[in-house]
Design a protein around this ligand. Structure first.
Ligand SMILES: NC(=O)c1ccc[n+]([C@@H]2O[C@H](COP(=O)([O-])OP(=O)(O)OC[C@H]3O[C@@H](n4cnc5c(N)ncnc54)[C@H](OP(=O)(O)O)[C@@H]3O)[C@@H](O)[C@H]2O)c1
Length: 295
């Protein structure tokens, strides 16, 4: 739909990507309900947006909710109905990075809850209200890692692969309704989501990082052109497609990533782009990166 018709409930609004997304949506003419956990941060953000973009009253509002809390989700559903929401952007999420054997089981549960179960439960709660609208959209903020698994992202990838499966299945299930379900797959983006270990891994592996403004623009484009899914950046957009056809063919391309994980001693993971016998299998992922001016 056109941004001017959108009344968007935006979760993760206080985050690095969410702040830019809120600003881009409002500047394009949408009305936005900011959702995060801190009333103080949300009210400040709403005030700042109102004055910097000179918004008419009611264009931006906020609602504080911990999305892992069922009662808070019920209250958010009521607020969304009162707001007349016709767009739900599922942007809230948690990071997880590191060798699988180093991850904390408690954090693994939290990541799956925040990135997969909570978005599904929120979509479930808001769907009846969305279905009453003439036209509605649910946009899942996924990741390139929701279609290609990289060393260090076992749990995070599982959560985003799950979210993508949810989006694809629900889109097909709702194909004869007015509700369109979409998936956006950003690559690594410069926000507080990524700590110094991720920055070092990205540097070592030649992995590009985008500014959150780029993700916000892509979100706005996805809202308006209603594409089913889109991945941001090259070679990631190509790699996710190759991975869909022949995932094992790409396995060797990620040896440099494996060797760049925290806690991995250099030389313990074999060489990039070769098999155990030294036969070339696939180009390294960073070789693909270096071929494109966008990276
Ligand atoms: N940054 C990247 O490299 C990258 C790349 C691809 C995809 N993504 C995805 O993009 C989305 C946003 O990422 P970001 O970089 O903007 O992260 P961020 O700066 O860390 O922001 C995370 C947001 O999620 C919210 N949140 C987390 N748990 C919540 C909960 N239980 N209830 C309510 N809100 C909760 C936070 O709200 P509070 O203010 O309450 O903490 C915050 O607004 C995530 O889904 C992430 O997976 C990020």
């Amino acid at each position: 739909m056109k941004a001017t018709q959108a009344r968007a409930v935006l979760t993760g609004a206080t985050g690095g990507i969410g702040r830019e997304a809120a600003s881009a949506l409002l500047q394009a003419g949408a009305s936005v309900m900011l959702v995060g956990r801190s009333p103080a941060r949300l009210s400040k953000q709403a005030r700042e947006l109102s004055s910097s973009i000179a918004l008419a009253p009611g264009r931006v509002s906020w609602h504080a909710a911990d999305l892992d809390d069922g009662a808070a989700v019920d209250r958010l559903r009521e607020a969304a109905v009162g707001f007349g929401a016709n767009v739900l952007v599922l942007g809230a999420g948690l990071p997880s990075f590191g060798r699988f054997d180093s991850l904390d089981p408690v954090e693994m549960r939290q990541v799956l809850q925040a990135n997969l179960l909570s978005p599904m439960l929120l979509a479930h709660a808001l769907l009846p209200g969305l279905r009453r609208q003439a036209k509605a959209q649910v946009i899942c903020m996924g990741s390139a890692l929701g279609r290609i698994g990289l060393p260090g992202y076992s749990v995070y990838s599982a959560s985003k692969f799950g979210l993508r499966g949810f989006a694809e299945a629900l889109r097909r299930e709702l194909a004869d309704t007015a509700v369109r379900v979409q998936y956006l797959g950003p690559r690594s983006t410069r926000t507080a989501f990524n700590d110094a270990r991720v920055e070092a891994y990205n540097l070592a592996t030649g992995t590009a990082m985008d500014d959150p403004e780029r993700v916000a623009k892509a979100l706005l484009r996805l809202l308006e052109d209603e594409a089913a899914e889109r991945f941001i950046g090259f070679p990631e957009a190509l790699a996710v497609r190759l991975n869909g056809f022949a995932p094992a063919w790409l396995d060797a391309a990620f040896a440099p990533h494996r060797r760049s994980l925290p806690g991995t001693s250099l030389g313990s993971g074999g060489t990039g782009g070769t098999s155990g016998t030294g036969a070339p299998l696939a180009p390294s992922f960073s070789d693909l990166s270096s071929t494109n001016p966008e990276s």
